[in-house]
Design a protein around this ligand. Structure first.
Ligand SMILES: C[S@@+](CC[C@H](N)C(=O)[O-])C[C@H]1O[C@@H](n2cnc3c(N)ncnc32)[C@H](O)[C@@H]1O
Length: 222
């Protein structure tokens, strides 16, 4: 089976799992810590690992985590000493999961979670660091669960790059995840159009075959 058909099947199975979570939520392990996901929330997985293992937050920095899901990236930013973290997600179930997890990890006073279509609920706020593990693939998403993995006409990614400069401090940095089964070329074109310098920071695979790879890029304003 080719990589895209294999990935289609695997992602559909994951979406069924996200939907089948009981109303009280399900505990999942990620990098040795426990998180709770409510039904319809994306479960933390290997895709975010290169970002979480390699990003650097200096104590006192402000962080915006776009598409926060269960909140894992924002919560690890808190563990690194961020002074303030805002997590945004379009999916109300993700907002509930991330709010719960921030509190469970003792960061209710540091991390705030808002329901927002990308930057819509942020006003003119600026951040030192912006992290994003958005859906990698340009594929029709018919519901909010599919929207955690697929981006219809790559519109969310396109709007991310059109808007991100308005929320990043001039000397700030972006940590952005993509995959070898995603749209790396399209991402590079969007980043270039947004006057961003792009450097690969790390990549990881879930198994030795390296069939599926997840890559994190560090981006700064040129
Ligand atoms: C691949 S998941 C990543 C979740 C989490 N950050 C992680 O790494 O485990 C992508 C997330 O982006 C969210 N998302 C998709 N489109 C969005 C949009 N337009 N605005 C805000 N969040 C969005 C989805 O609901 C989902 O929670």
């Amino acid at each position: 089976m080719d990589l895209l058909s294999f990935t289609d099947q695997w992602q559909r199975q994951r979406q069924l799992l996200f939907k089948a979570v009981p109303a009280e939520g399900r505990k999942v392990q990620y990098l040795g810590k426990e998180f709770l996901v409510y039904p319809d929330t994306f479960w933390p997985f290997a895709d975010s690992l290169p970002l979480v293992k390699h990003f650097r937050i200096h104590p006192g920095e402000s962080v915006l985590d776009v598409g926060t899901g269960s909140g894992v990236i924002g919560i690890f930013a808190c563990y690194q000493g961020a002074a303030r973290v805002v997590g945004v997600d379009i999916n109300p179930s993700a907002v509930r999961s991330a709010t719960h997890n921030a509190k469970m990890h003792g960061f209710a006073g540091t991390m705030e979670v808002r329901q927002s279509d990308l930057f819509d609920a942020l006003g003119e706020q600026h951040f030192d660091v912006i992290t994003a593990n958005l859906p990698f693939r340009n594929k029709q998403a018919h519901d909010v669960v599919a929207m955690s993995q697929w981006d219809t006409d790559f519109r969310t990614n396109t709007r991310f790059f059109e808007g991100v400069g308005r929320h990043l401090h001039p000397k700030g940095r972006i940590y952005f995840v993509q995959s070898n089964f995603g749209e790396i070329e399209a991402m590079m074109r969007l980043a270039q159009a947004a006057s961003l310098r792009v450097a690969e920071l790390a990549r990881e695979s879930i198994d030795d075959t390296r069939r599926q790879e997840f890559i994190v890029y560090e981006m700064t304003l040129a």
